[in-house]
Design a protein around this ligand. Structure first.
Ligand code: FUB
Length: 320
């Protein structure tokens, strides 16, 4: 039934509105451009839950950033035999005409793991590429994958909650070589106050602190500079912040906040940045759909212009 609803135009009109999809909750937006079209991959919050109890992922597409086509829900927890709950943040990237949708989910042994589904089309059908997780280390750290294929063909997968990790993906995009590297965190790299041995959660309870890496990394390159946007913690809600580097593996330099913890009314924020038809866009989520909240989040988009030196200006929430 759900698939049968696909290919409907879900939003139309002359001017864009935020949230951009008005028919579903669409948390954790991940944009991708392919053959002149913008694709939007999201999670799925359901009304009435009091946690991130999510079971499937969605795809939408647009030619004009105003009218969005709903391609339904090509993957869900059932697509991954090893996944039992928490269909959390994901990103789809293209390589050589194949589409790799990196997802995270709770495993049957109650940890979080990263998997990958593959397709010949950006809208599916997708199939679990491995039949098992791509990254599983028996912890809750393994969430929010972000993938990027560099100009030299080397692909990277970053992810992590509280801690930030990466691996170098093999050309098949579904396996990796070498060990998992944890990215060192410091005030210089990701901002914030840190004390050795204290988790973000402990710090959060103890003091007000200005920014710290929490989750939701978004890794990309622009004009030979690498960018790592992420959800940071400020005053107990999430902001979007970023760091840059001359190399895909750091060292990272903290560049400040992109979107502050202004009232999005949802505890989390999660973003993606992309250029499309000569313009730059920030995708993020907020709780501004009717009945929205921390567990009812919806994708919003803001157009912005990079500063001349490549830094990103502070971006504010709009409703149109
Ligand atoms: O949507 C579930 C989780 O909330 C995501 O994995 C995090 O990034 C946060 O947005």
């Amino acid at each position: 039934k759900y698939i049968a609803l696909s290919l409907l135009l879900v939003s139309s009109g002359i001017s864009a509105q935020n949230p951009v999809i008005q028919t579903h909750f669409t948390p954790d937006p991940a944009p991708m451009v392919y053959k002149g079209k913008m694709y939007l991959y999201t999670g799925d919050d359901q009304p009435g839950f009091d946690f991130y109890t999510m079971t499937r992922w969605h795809v939408y597409s647009s030619d004009d950033m105003v009218n969005w086509t709903d391609h339904g829900s090509p993957i869900s927890l059932e697509s991954f035999s090893w996944a039992r709950d928490r269909a959390w943040a994901a990103q789809c990237v293209e390589r050589n005409g194949k589409f790799y949708w990196y997802i995270c989910a709770q495993t049957v042994d109650n940890n979080m793991a990263i998997g990958v589904a593959v397709s010949d089309s950006p809208t599916g059908p997708f199939k679990d590429a491995l039949g098992k997780p791509l990254v599983t280390t028996g912890t809750w750290d393994n969430i929010d994958p972000t993938a990027f294929v560099d100009d030299d063909g080397q692909a990277y997968l970053y992810w992590g909650n509280s801690k930030l990790f990466y691996v170098k993906l093999n050309k098949d995009m579904t396996t990796y070589n070498g060990s998992i590297t944890e990215v060192p965190q410091s005030v210089e790299a990701f901002g914030g106050l840190r004390r050795p041995g204290k988790s973000n959660e402990v710090l959060q309870k103890q003091e007000k602190f200005d920014d710290v890496y929490v989750e939701g990394p978004w890794f990309y390159k622009r004009n030979k500079q690498y960018y790592m946007m992420y959800a940071g913690m400020t005053n107990r809600t999430e902001c979007l912040s970023y760091a840059t580097s001359a190399s895909p593996t750091g060292p990272w330099k903290y560049r400040g906040k992109i979107m502050t913890d202004q009232p999005t009314n949802s505890f989390t924020n999660h973003g993606g940045i992309i250029d499309y038809k000569g313009k730059s866009y920030l995708f993020y989520h907020n709780a501004l759909l009717p009945n929205g909240g921390s567990y009812g989040r919806a994708t919003a988009i803001e157009e912005f212009k990079y500063n001349a030196d490549g830094t990103i200006p502070r971006i504010t929430i709009t409703k149109e």
